[in-house]
Design a protein around this ligand. Structure first.
Ligand code: NAD
Length: 511
């Protein structure tokens, strides 16, 4: 049997797949269909039906019905369900990792790392399920006490991007689940099979725990389904991961019904290399950041600021390293750069290279597309300037813009911050004062600031997200769980008088 067919069988994927999962093991086919394409070969892997407006509407209604039962289950018991999902993910890590590679073109190690990230966040969520803590606060009134309580929010819609087709759902779904929320997922149309495989893993675990409708799924290649989720006031939180262009629309739609949304949008991340930097750390970090996942990570390194003292050496060594990058089949162990997701992405790459050239940029390496099948491009280094429009926007491709050399770190930090996005940033230095400047309030304006490591990739233990056009959301670790719950300030009077705050006095009028 063909290896892909056997993999699909083990993950419950057929040649033609249903589009709507209710979270109780049952599916409905949807309407019409579309293909999931392997971007390395340009060939269809399987087809999936399309959830329409009514399908999604029904799913949201079911989620609302499922919420009170799940909400009332004690949080540590909710954690036990997520613990069993973590075990299933450990068991299926290799095959799920391979499916991610087939569907979105990640390297095998990257596909497996993505499943590991799901396992890590599941483990985190299990521990968290025993730790939802609120504050106790002193009251200004005698014989009163104040506390903060955190209650489940309700139904959480999750819209995910293609480039982390599994982990982003897990970041949201596992934290939301232990918080007592139920989750409706609309995955990227580039990665429907990954979503189906995950649903097939979690459904039997939910059923074994006597839970239905906790995790449901609506697949479609019609952007109207994402817009529908954003517009539906029955959702208590919408978590959106994707481009700033779409994220801005989603935020406006959610705001119109006073909903909550959590935005994880585009990045335009920079590495600064100081005069004192250890280049043996900086060079691999820059290279991995720029070409890892073919430049299709929100945290990919896109801009490079080099001190005059090391500029020429770093550029020379990077250019030499680029010449040895192997581009090709992401499942081959010696491949370092896989394909872009589709022809549109290749078009955006071509447009960006042309835009940089027209602005006066010098291509130091690459700049061309590679012949098919598949959507391959050359990893590309371009000498550029930060203010150029092409540098100011995120192009989801392996293009690294190298800025003119800087003299003063403060100038490099200013220019690093001078883009619309604010996700990830990194400084390489051995100078303690420079490191502290970078991390200070006047330093990097990004949600993530690293010293002596690159911009790309993050541990799940920290809160992940960025500022400005990146959207301001925080997911994963730290206290990111608070976005999935509603805060209640509770005051209890255990005395026999009714003192008011701010020394106000009020007595019933005599009668
Ligand atoms: P995209 O914006 O094209 O699509 C993201 C999701 O939104 C998809 O599921 C898509 O179907 C859906 N969508 C499309 N139109 C919609 C609409 N009008 N309303 C609601 N939903 C709609 O993004 P993409 O190409 O899949 O992913 C790449 C982008 O995601 C990059 O900009 C990257 O930086 C960003 N990203 C950010 C993070 C982060 O954590 N900050 C993580 C991963 C990816």
């Amino acid at each position: 049997m063909d290896a892909a067919v056997s993999l699909f069988n083990r993950l419950g994927i057929a040649e033609a797949n249903a589009a709507v999962a209710r979270g109780d093991g049952s599916w409905t086919r949807g309407h019409g269909g579309f293909a999931s394409i392997n971007p390395a070969l340009g060939q269809p892997l399987a087809t999936v039906g399309r959830a329409d407006r009514d399908d999604l509407d029904e799913l949201i209604g079911r989620a609302r019905q499922a919420f009170p039962t799940w909400r009332d289950r004690p949080a540590p018991q909710r954690g036990l369900l997520v613990r069993d999902i973590a075990e299933a993910l450990r068991e299926h890590k290799d095959e799920l990792g391979t499916l991610i590679c087939l569907e979105v073109g990640k390297l095998k190690a990257e596909g497996n790392a993505e499943v590991q990230e799901m396992i890590d966040i599941a483990d985190f969520a299990v521990g968290l399920s025993r730790q939802f803590h609120g504050l106790t606060l002193p009251s200004e009134r005698p014989q009163h006490r104040m506390e903060e309580r955190w209650h489940p929010r309700g139904v959480v819609g999750v819209i995910t991007a293609f480039n982390f087709p599994a982990a982003v759902w897990a970041w949201n779904a596992f934290i939301a689940a232990v918080c007592g929320d139920v989750v409706v997922w609309k995955p990227s149309p580039h990665a429907p099979l990954t979503a189906i495989a995950i649903q097939n893993l979690v459904d039997p675990i939910c059923v074994a725990h006597g839970v239905t409708g906790l995790f449901s799924l609506a697949i479609s290649d019609d952007p109207a389904r994402g817009a529908q989720l954003a517009a539906d006031p029955r959702l208590d939180l919408l978590s959106f991961t994707g481009s700033s262009r779409v994220g801005g629309q989603v935020a406006a739609t959610v705001a119109a019904h006073y909903g909550h949304c959590l935005l994880e949008c585009s990045g335009n991340n920079a590495v600064i290399v100081d005069a004192s930097a250890d280049l043996e750390l900086a060079l691999p970090a820059i290279l991995f950041g720029a070409i890892g996942t073919a430049g299709q990570r929100c945290t990919s390194t896109r801009r490079l600021f080099l001190h005059r003292a090391c500029h020429d050496e770093v550029v020379a060594r990077l250019t030499a390293a680029y010449a040895h990058l192997r581009v090709g089949d992401p499942l081959q162990p010696d491949t370092l750069v896989g394909p872009l997701i589709d022809e549109a992405a290749r078009g955006a790459f071509v447009a960006a290279v042309a835009g940089a050239r027209n602005a006066g940029g010098r291509v130091l390496h690459g700049g061309r597309t590679l012949p098919g099948p598949g959507c391959f491009v050359e990893p590309t280094l371009i000498a550029a300037e930060n203010r150029w429009p092409v540098v100011q926007r995120e192009t989801f491709a392996p293009i690294l813009y190298v800025m003119p050399p800087f003299e003063d770190l403060a100038d490099a930090i200013r220019d690093q911050n001078d883009v619309p996005q604010g996700l990830s940033s990194a400084l390489f230095t051995r100078d303690l004062r420079h490191a502290e400047l970078f991390l200070a309030a006047a330093g990097s304006d990004c949600g993530i600031a690293n010293v002596n490591l690159g911009t790309s990739g993050a541990e799940i233990g920290g809160a992940f997200g960025g500022e400005k056009a990146t959207g301001g959301g925080r997911e994963a670790g730290s206290d990111a769980w608070k976005a999935y719950m509603r805060r209640q300030t509770c005051t209890v009077n255990w005395g026999d008088t009714l003192p008011l705050a701010q020394n106000l006095h009020f007595d019933l009028p005599p009668h």
